[in-house]
Design a protein. Structure first.
Length: 321
């Protein structure tokens, strides 16, 4: 079956809108869907550049990690892409039924496509990796990115008593109190000043959601531990993203002299089944307005232009076939 898709033929070029041969479903667990909306998430970009840790290096490929579609029975559904199937940036695709959930008939498909991926990381981290207890405090390291901004809202919705947002973009940082942050910290090139600001604002937090990794994470860990009143009290550090670098330098004393619990949240650390179990509740939060999201729908045919266009703060591009 010939369809139209965003096709990645080179890891160093944007995808192009081209015809593509879609294989038919091969077993009863697969289903053909008309794609209605697909988010252009940072995770989609890293996959299409071959730089994500799950990349197989195979080309050509149709990108995307999730989407909203309509099945042959007419029902709306949200689905998570299967690495072994054609990606969702297409007019039609084949999905694994086991990686999908039904949506209400009146669901806002663009809003769901925009919000599910950036919200999922913090939602699953605080519900499954380290279930947050009501009143606990959370530091979001990298709170000025789209997923980080969503994490501020998610932490509050799940019962955080205090949320500290830390990031480099001062304009986005200034907007965080409006979506739930109780305090903010600017991450600057002045390492000593940044460490002092983090220690003052977040030394006593219970959990950290880290979207940065790299040097900012290593510096932040030491800044918090040195300032912590009781180093025996657990500090749960959940590593989610690595936009500041794939590695950190961490002195061994950080693990011996404090109750630092370091773990990750992502594909592999959390099973697909676990993610799917959390999706209905997350959809409900998005649909009810509990989590605010601003989406910019763009025709799939304009994917090449959309890929390189800059996004306004807090706005997620959604490709609509």
């Amino acid at each position: 079956m010939e369809i139209r898709t965003a096709v990645v033929s080179s890891f160093d070029k944007p995808p192009r809108y081209e015809p593509f041969n879609l294989p038919a479903p091969s077993d009863e667990d697969q289903a053909l869907v008309d794609v209605l909306a697909v988010g252009l998430h940072p995770r989609v970009r890293t996959g299409a550049s071959g730089s994500h840790y799950t990349s197989t290096g195979k080309l050509p490929m149709v990108p995307g990690v999730d989407g909203v579609g309509r099945g042959e029975d007419g029902r709306l559904l949200y689905f998570v892409a299967d690495d072994d199937l054609v990606g969702p940036m297409a007019t039609r695709t084949v999905i694994d039924r086991r990686r999908s959930i039904p949506l209400p008939d009146d669901a806002d498909v663009v809003k769901i496509a925009a919000a599910m991926n950036p919200a999922m990381s913090s939602w699953v981290a605080l519900r499954r990796r380290v279930p947050i207890e009501t009143g606990q405090s959370v530091l979001i390291l990298g709170a000025t990115g789209n997923a980080g901004q969503m994490a501020v809202q998610v932490a509050k919705r799940l019962g955080a008593g205090r949320v500290v947002g830390a990031g480099r973009d001062r304009a986005r940082l200034a907007a965080l109190p409006g979506i739930g942050a109780d305090s903010t910290v600017a991450l600057t090139d002045d390492a000593d000043a940044t460490a002092a600001a983090l220690a003052d604002a977040a030394a006593e937090v219970d959990l950290v959601l880290d979207y940065l990794w790299g040097r900012p994470a290593g510096d932040a860990i030491m800044a918090l531990l040195r300032a912590r009143a009781d180093r025996g009290r657990a500090l749960n550090w959940i590593q989610i993203g690595a936009v500041a670098g794939p590695t950190i330098e961490l002195p061994s004393v950080a693990l011996r002299s404090a109750n630092l619990r370091l773990q990750g949240n992502g594909q592999g650390a959390v099973s697909t089944r676990t993610y799917l179990e959390e999706l209905p509740a997350l959809v409900e939060e998005i649909e009810s307005g509990g989590l605010a999201v601003t989406a910019r729908p763009v025709p799939l045919a304009e994917v090449e232009t959309a890929w390189t266009a800059s996004e306004a703060p807090g706005v997620r591009t959604v490709l609509v076939p």
